[in-house]
Design a protein around this ligand. Sequence first.
Ligand SMILES: [Zn+2]
Length: 324
Amino acid sequence: MVDLLTLTLEQQVPVQMQGESAGFTWQWLGEGLLQCTPKTSYVKTMVLSAGIHGNETAPIELLSQIIHDLFTERLVLAVRVLFVLGNPEAIRHGARYLENDMNRMFCGAYQNLIQDQETERAAHLEQVTTQFFEQSQPQAQRYHYDLHTAIRASLLPVFALFPYQTHAYDEFLIQSLKAADLDALVYHNAAGKTFTHFTAEKFQAASSTLELGKAKPFGANDLAEFASTDLMLRAVLADQALPARLKGPIRQFKVVDSVLKQSDDFQLNLSADAPNFSTFQKGELIATQQAGNYVAHDQQVWILFPNPNVKTGLRAGLILKEIK
Ligand SMILES: [Zn+2]
């Protein structure tokens, strides 16, 4: 039994680094990293990550419970999986990150920052992920679910983002996100520096970033809120039928623009606690700054991740349009 979360919180090395369970072999690959390979052949190989932002504890607890159930044989493993707790030091501090947001560091972007333990961790995660996919059976389809919770409330409470990619979006991935009762899917329009951009671009993995509600400290989560995602992930890991969707049709959006903060006087025309998916009608002011105001030029647009407090030069929000 490997209790990945406790080992990570206590900064411990397991007594045994690798071993065998009833249906799979496992290797502890370092802090917050556990690889499990079924003894039978498998058709999917997947990265399941959480804690890239250290204060997003519910998905970390969810992965921890899944690992426990694999070792106690309550859950049968039918796919190869790499469990990742992304930013261990931030997890121990209950912080989103220490110096820089790790989910802006992938695809080599860590090289442009002053080297510290977070840039080293991002580089290490790229290495470990590369090895994991390269050592998987070549015919196995590659997946990556990166689990997060959001900083702010959301009018569509649970949603997933797809990285921009030139290969087709994987139908099974989309079906699984619908089965997880997500409210919305959002398609990026440009390459980013997130963990899922990295796995999609480098390995043609079917990758998605899931935003599963609000960030709370360890112990304060009601995991029942995450039950649909939990059920979906367990079905995928066991290669069983996906659970039936309980909600109405999922809504789909594409990113059409980002609002850039170009000067210190930048202001968003939104209250500080405005939820994700707040809307603007054509002609409405979205942001003001010396460099020029940003006005909605489509009939209706939605804003995602509004944050006027980012550093100058960075993205202060994504503008979305609904795909009908
Ligand atoms: Zn996050």
